[in-house]
Design a protein around this ligand. Structure first.
Ligand SMILES: *Cc1c(COP(=O)(O)O)cnc(C)c1O
Length: 378
């Protein structure tokens, strides 16, 4: 009997438990403690952003972005529709209107050539998503943002330590967000970070994430009692999660290198079948982190193929239902021009198992199954 090749298995080193034990001696479990500072410094040093705040999720970090930009009723925010709901939801919560732009069929990132047509007097920001940890075309995006005086937010949920030219993702936009959900390369169950490069947002972001109080000034002994000074919520990441996360962060290179090796084996194998499937495109001067290995099916019925793969115990899945086609997005968002590429990709993409517990034997079996499928046109 073949064992099941699971789609994802969250990484675990031996150090999470060591850090948690260390934490038990410290008598401090809420946000902003020893491990929170460790994680934040690690992110600043390795990404090159000006500030890094440990937040309870990438969703929470995106919500802070909407608050920092003072998004209010009628403000428009440009983004792809081929993304996770939180990219849009964070702005809708403030009364903003997501304006979806189609994606580039090569990278599945926002199509830079279609952004300008979507800009109106009400546009406040461009939110880019580095899909699969592969960078968007940041030079062109920054150029457009400058021309129209728009903020740039990087949803880098999938893109930890990916690079664009000489920069690490998350160090380019005014603001950026990371996810440490257990479906991502580096995780702590649920968690995220807000990365800040535009200095004007640093002070207020600390107030917003601290329930709208100046608690941060109190901790630094700048004021002798903290109080309510702005709107905000409870967005901090608990010290328990930070202790777990810090163990993972220290293994980041090891984790990504293993994923890159597996990704490359898939890539080389499926590249031989370009009449049947297309493989991911990595633009020149972009370094990715092997977050996702996907295929675009040129021939197969996607659902039938997924059924066959899962029957063979290769747990493959698809995503996303584009936000402009979702029950809520249909009514509460708008899109610019047509969404042909997004619609096509959403019908034809599959994701293969990719995580640190996959063995060479597992990969051999995946190859064998696909060879058979392709040979007999199953
Ligand atoms: C995972 C993900 C999120 C949400 O991350 P959470 O930490 O679960 O809130 C947001 N955007 C994108 C593109 C994601 O992949």
């Amino acid at each position: 009997m073949n064992k099941n090749i699971s789609f994802n298995k969250p990484f675990i080193s031996n150090y999470e438990i060591k850090n948690i034990k260390k934490l038990l001696l410290k008598n401090y479990y809420s946000a902003g403690g020893y491990f929170s500072k460790k994680c934040s410094n690690w992110l600043k040093n390795n990404i090159g952003c000006k500030e890094a705040l440990m937040v309870n999720s990438c969703t929470g970090a995106l919500e802070i972005c909407a608050l920092l930009l003072n998004i209010r009723s009628g403000d428009q925010v440009i983004m792809p529709s081929y993304t996770f709901v939180s990219t849009a939801n964070a702005f809708v919560l403030r009364g903003g209107l997501p304006v979806f732009v189609d994606i580039d069929p090569k990278t599945l990132n926002i199509d830079v050539n279609k952004i300008e047509k979507a800009i109106t007097k009400k546009t406040k920001a461009i939110v880019v998503v580095h899909y699969a940890g592969v960078s968007c075309d940041m030079d062109l995006i920054l150029k457009i943002a400058k021309k129209y005086k728009l903020y740039v937010i990087e949803d880098a949920a999938q893109a930890i330590l990916s690079r664009y030219k000489n920069k690490t993702l998350g160090s380019i936009g005014d603001l950026a967000t990371l996810s440490f959900h257990d479906s991502k390369n580096i995780h702590c169950g649920e968690g995220g970070a807000l990365l800040i490069n535009n200095k004007k947002f640093i002070n207020r972001s600390k107030i917003i994430m601290n329930k709208g109080t100046n608690r941060n000034d109190f901790d630094k002994k700048i004021v002798n009692k903290y109080t309510w000074v702005d709107i905000g919520s409870s967005y901090g990441l608990s010290e328990i999660n930070c202790a777990f996360l810090y163990a993972q962060l220290k293994k980041t290179n090891e984790i990504i290198n293993k994923r890159l090796k597996l990704w490359k084996i898939y890539y080389d194998f499926f590249s031989k079948y370009q009449n049947i499937v297309s493989v991911p495109h990595i633009p020149p001067k972009v370094k990715h982190n092997a977050h996702i290995f996907y295929l675009i099916l040129k021939k197969y019925n996607r659902n039938l193929l997924l059924k066959i793969l899962n029957k063979k115990k290769i747990n493959s899945i698809f995503h996303y239902i584009p936000l402009h086609n979702s029950p809520y997005g249909k009514i509460n968002c708008k899109y610019s021009e047509n969404m042909n590429v997004t619609n096509m990709i959403a019908r034809k993409l599959i994701r293969l198992p990719l995580h640190n517990s996959i063995t060479n034997q597992d990969i051999l079996r995946v190859k064998k199954v696909f060879k058979k499928i392709f040979k007999y046109n199953l």
